[in-house]
Design a protein around this ligand. Structure first.
Ligand code: S1T
Ligand code: MG
Length: 543
């Protein structure tokens, strides 16, 4: 078998289920093998940022790596931002790039698609991946491929593999299967779990806050068991909204500091036993805490270590930690499972629509048709999603890049076969919304809600005096009809309800509802978030 076949065989063996990509001359041999062997399905999209976002979302849903395959130079550089987003949010994307072969490198001429140097691309990708390799020596390639894929899984971060085009068809040995467990000192693990259990038992008001790592390491069921054994309330971070969906836990909601539900904010910030499990300490998770959370009083398990107060247990992987805690803790009777109320029952009037009406209307649809997994872009659509009933959600909650919504929704449907609900602002839709033209080829039928306020509203909230936040009022419904979907424009609450009913009821193609919103309107959550940020900036600004 040749290098490409061995690589594909290994990817499949380590749990990869699909490849997203766009070929180019440096990658044509690789894509030829991908297509002709069909070891893994290939989904080509229209622009490389979408390839990266789709693979990111697929990886988040699988809790296993997904592949973004591109050509050298123009393709790979186009995808740096999505891979940076995946790195920041710990999504295991495997970047595979075609590359120049020896013949290309020895002409003495500048190679097309080359930037500064031939290895400039590798240098750039070193900044947004946890491991990298250029497969130049096929005697080493099997071990190199195994090492890089394993690191992608263990660290739950992107990795970079460059396959020179003159190597793809060369014979190659099988890629070894490496163990995916990581060394964990048993005594340290025992001491760490004892200390965690003791500090939670001594606390008056312990709270378990879960973050994205419990999904990345496929631990949601184990963490649900842990929360029941600990018998303490659970909250998610902003990034972690949607975690534990469907699990029987005492879930109090999503912590958002000043922008969140006051009672939960108080419960988290006054806790004397806050257990942050798989939580990234990002500004979007904790940037607008009403009271500074004293991290010295918290237990933080993330990135392979556990900190309690002023001391840290290094090399305690989160999987081993959760399983050891569950092993030690006795079962407890299941307490009531809290369900928190979301806005429902949209009033069907001819009044204009507000962002929170959209959440209400979606909640009404979920009651009638069942809930859908949600892919949200950056903008008020993501803050509005906080008012939508608890379901699985992929969104750039920390890295906060626009352009994520539509491609990630396509990635969710490719990865899971489930119809996604995509929430996207008009500004973000202009970046990657056109990727919907790929739906017909693959039979994808997402429901896309465009928050059309003809504005970069989130920016206007911080800098209202800037006219550049005014966007043109575009007809996205007409665009949808032109590229194989069904588009509807709505201006009133009643029209919104009718259009959503039609969209949820029609699975024949992708459905786009172009929702007219007035400029200057924000969801309740975004309004509180903006106030919180402004308050923090005022407090922290020099006198
Ligand atoms: N470019 C990219 C790729 N990502 C970004 N996050 C930004 C720029 C900055 C930015 C925001 S929010 C925002 C921009 C330009 C406006 C979003 O407009 P739209 O999609 O219409 O949503 P809404 O009208 O609800 O704001 C964040 C703060 O960085
Ligand atoms: Mg907008």
């Amino acid at each position: 078998m040749n290098l490409a076949e061995r690589l594909l065989e290994a990817l499949k063996g380590y749990g990869v289920k699909e490849i997203f990509g766009i070929p180019g001359d440096f990658a044509l041999p690789l894509f030829k093998v991908i297509e002709e062997t069909n070891i893994l399905p290939l989904y080509t999209l229209s622009h490389e940022p979408a390839v990266g976002f789709a693979a990111d979302a697929a990886a988040r849903f699988h809790s296993k790596p997904s592949v973004a395959a591109v050509t050298y130079g123009a393709g790979a550089f186009n995808m740096v931002n999505p891979v940076a987003a995946a790195y920041a949010e710990k999504s295991p994307v495997i970047v595979i790039s075609g590359g120049p072969g020896m013949a290309d490198k020895s002409t003495g001429l500048l190679v097309h698609h080359q930037a500064k140097q031939l290895n400039s691309q590798l240098q750039v990708y070193k900044e947004v991946t946890c491991d990298q390799v250029i497969l130049e020596d096929l005697t080493q390639a099997p071990e190199q491929i195994a090492r890089v894929i394993r690191n992608c899984i263990i660290e739950s971060r992107p990795v970079y593999i460059e396959a020179p085009r003159d190597k793809v068809f060369e014979p190659c040995e099988p890629v070894p299967v490496l163990p995916l467990t990581t060394a964990c000192d048993a005594d340290a693990l025992a001491a760490c779990t004892d200390e965690i259990i003791q500090s939670i038992r001594q606390a008056q008001s312990p709270v378990l806050m879960v973050g994205v790592e419990i999904r990345r390491y496929d631990l949601e069921k184990d963490v649900a068991i842990l929360s029941r054994k600990l018998g303490i309330p659970v909250a998610t971070t902003f990034m972690g909204k949607g975690l534990l969906a469907g699990e029987a836990v005492v879930l109090k909601g999503t912590y958002m500091g000043l922008a969140g539900e006051q009672e939960l904010t108080e419960q988290v910030e006054s806790s004397d036993g806050l257990f942050l499990l798989g939580v990234l300490l990002s500004d979007t998770n904790f940037g607008i805490s009403e009271k500074k959370i004293d991290l010295r009083k918290t237990i933080l398990a993330c990135d392979g270590s556990v900190s309690l107060g002023f001391h840290t247990y290094p090399k305690i992987p989160i999987r081993e930690l959760v399983l050891a805690l569950n092993e030690k803790l006795p079962d407890k009777p299941q307490r009531e499972v809290t369900t928190f109320d979301y806005p429902k029952g949209l009033d069907l009037t001819d009044k204009p629509i507000t962002p929170t009406d959209i959440a209400t209307a979606v909640n009404d649809m979920f009651d009638n048709y069942g809930s859908l997994p949600i892919a949200a872009d950056m903008g008020d659509c993501l803050f509005t999603a906080m008012d939508i009933e608890y379901t699985e959600l992929v969104a750039p909650g920390y890295y906060a890049t626009m352009g994520y919504g539509v491609p990630s929704g396509l990635g969710v449907q490719a990865a899971t076969g489930r119809r996604p609900l995509i929430l996207v602002g008009d500004g973000a839709f202009q970046m990657t919304g056109i990727e919907l033209l790929n739906c017909r080829r693959y039979g994808w039928n997402p429901i896309v809600l465009v928050f059309n306020n003809s504005s970069w509203e989130m920016l206007r909230a911080f800098q209202p005096e800037s006219a550049f936040n005014d966007l043109d009022k575009l007809d996205f419904a007409a665009l949808a009809n032109a590229i194989g979907g069904c588009g509807q424009t709505v201006k009133t609450k009643k029209e919104l309800h009718v259009a959503l009913n039609r969209a949820f009821g029609d699975e024949s193609c992708f459905q786009l509802v172009d929702i007219s919103l007035e400029r200057g309107l924000m969801s309740n959550t975004l309004a509180r978030f903006v106030d919180g940020i402004k308050k923090m900036r005022k407090t922290n600004s020099p006198p």
